[in-house]
Design a protein around this ligand. Structure first.
Ligand SMILES: [Zn+2]
Ligand SMILES: [Zn+2]
Length: 334
C-alpha cells in the first residue's frame, strides 16, 4: 500500500514495516530506509544521505507518523556507503540511539571521512596509474570531498558482526557478513519469517557496484561472488533491498548476478587481445554518458578495475607496468 495521499514517499510493507524512499542527488534517485515498529519504539535501517532535502523529508515523515526522535531505539546500518550511512549521526544526535555497523565498515568510513582523508589521494593516484586523464582526476577529487558534509555529523558506532544476532521489529535477526559491494557489508536474515534485509548486496533490476579501491581487498569481485554463493543457499520469502522495490525470487536474483559477472568477465577478457589501460577499457564498456558525471565515472572505473584484477588473480590476464608507472592489461597467453 502506498501512502501517497499526504504526498510523502512512504510505503507500508506487507509485514508492517514502513519503507521511506529517501532522495539522492544521483542516478539511483533514492535509497530505501526502513522503519520497523516494536512496542512504543522503532528501529531505523539505513537512514540515507545527509542532504537538506533528505533531512527535511525525514522531519516531515516523522511528523506525519507522529514518531518522535526519542522513539527511535536503534539505528542499524547494512554498510558505510554515504547513501546509507550519511544521516546516521544526524539521527543519533536527536534520538541518542545507538548506531550499529560492522567494524570493517566503520574502518572504511574512517578512511574516507575521518581526520586524515588520505583516501582521496590514494584513489585518484590509483586512477592515474590506470590511465585516467588529469582533468577527470580533478573532478573526482572534488566530488569525493563533497561527501564529507553529506555524512556529517558522524555517529558514534557500536560494532556488530557475523555470529551475533540482533532483535528488532519484534524478531531475531542473524547477521551475515557479505562483503564485495562494500567492505564489512552485513545482511540481516530472519530464518523463521524468511525475510532478508539485504542492503546493496543483492538489488533487483540493477547490479550492485563492485569497486577495486586502494587499501581494501585486492579481489572484491571474488568476495562478492563468495557472498552471493552463500546467499543463494538461503530460503528467502521477501528481500528488502537498499534500492528499488522489495522483491520475491531472491535466489533467482542472486543467480542472475553471478551469471552477469561471469559474462562480464568473458566480455572483458575478449577485449584484452592488445594491452589496454583500465581507463581505455572503462570508456569502451561504459560509454560517454557514464563518463560525463564524476560520480558515475568513479564507479565505472573502479568496477572496470575490479573485473580486470579478478582476471589477473585467476590467471586469465596480466597487468604490465611501463616506465612511466602506467598499467596495461592483456589477456594471458593460452
Ligand atoms: Zn552501497
Ligand atoms: Zn546504496
Amino acid at each position: 500500500m502506498s501512502m501517497t495521499g499526504n504526498g510523502l514517499p512512504l510505503q507500508l510493507c506487507d509485514n508492517g514495516w514502513i519503507r521511506v524512499k529517501v532522495p539522492l542527488p544521483f542516478s539511483l534517485r533514492y535509497v530505501n530506509s526502513y522503519l520497523l515498529p516494536e512496542g512504543e519504539g522503532w528501529t531505523l535501517i539505513d537512514p540515507g544521505l545527509h542532504t537538506p532535502e533528505a533531512a527535511a523529508l525525514w522531519t516531515e515523515v516523522l511528523g506525519g507518523l507522529s514518531v518522535t526522535a526519542g522513539q527511535i531505539n536503534q539505528i542499524v546500518l547494512t554498510h558505510q556507503h554515504p547513501d546509507h550511512y550519511g544521516l546516521a549521526g544526524w539521527f543519533q544526535e536527536q534520538s541518542g540511539a545507538p548506531v550499529y555497523m560492522s567494524r570493517e565498515a566503520h574502518r572504511y568510513a574512517t578512511r574516507l571521512w575521518g581526520e586524515d582523508r588520505s583516501f582521496d589521494r590514494e584513489l585518484t593516484g590509483q586512477f592515474r596509474q590506470h590511465g585516467m586523464p588529469d582533468v577527470l582526476l580533478e573532478q573526482i577529487a572534488g566530488h569525493l570531498a563533497s561527501f564529507v558534509e553529506r555524512v556529517s555529523p558522524q555517529p558514534n558506532v557500536t560494532y556488530i558482526e557475523e555470529g551475533m544476532s540482533m532483535m528488532f521489529g519484534g524478531r531475531t535477526w542473524e547477521l551475515l557478513h557479505t562483503p564485495g559491494h562494500a567492505s564489512g557489508h552485513i545482511c540481516f536474515y530472519d530464518h523463521t519469517g524468511l525475510d532478508m534485509i539485504c542492503g546493496d548486496a543483492v538489488l533487483p533490476g540493477i547490479t550492485p557496484n563492485i569497486s577495486l579501491v586502494p587499501g581494501e581487498h585486492p579481489d572484491p569481485l571474488q568476495q562478492f561472488l563468495d557472498s552471493l554463493n552463500r546467499l543463494s543457499g538461503l530460503e528467502v520469502g521477501m528481500a528488502y533491498p537498499g534500492h528499488r522495490e522489495p522483491f520475491a525470487g531472491f535466489r533467482g536474483r542472486v543467480q542472475d548476478l553471478i551469471t552477469h559477472h561471469e559474462q562480464r568477465l568473458q566480455l572483458i577478457e575478449g577485449l584484452l587481445e592488445k594491452p589496454v589501460t583500465g581507463y581505455e577499457l572503462c570508456e569502451r564498456l561504459f560509454g560517454a554518458r557514464t563518463m560525463g558525471s564524476a560520480h558515475n565515472l568513479r564507479f565505472a572505473m573502479s568496477e572496470t578495475l575490479a573485473h580486470l584484477e579478478h582476471l589477473v588473480q585467476k590467471g586469465r590476464a596480466a597487468a604490465v607496468q611501463d616506465g612511466s608507472g602506467l598499467f596495461r592489461y592483456v589477456r594471458a597467453a593460452v
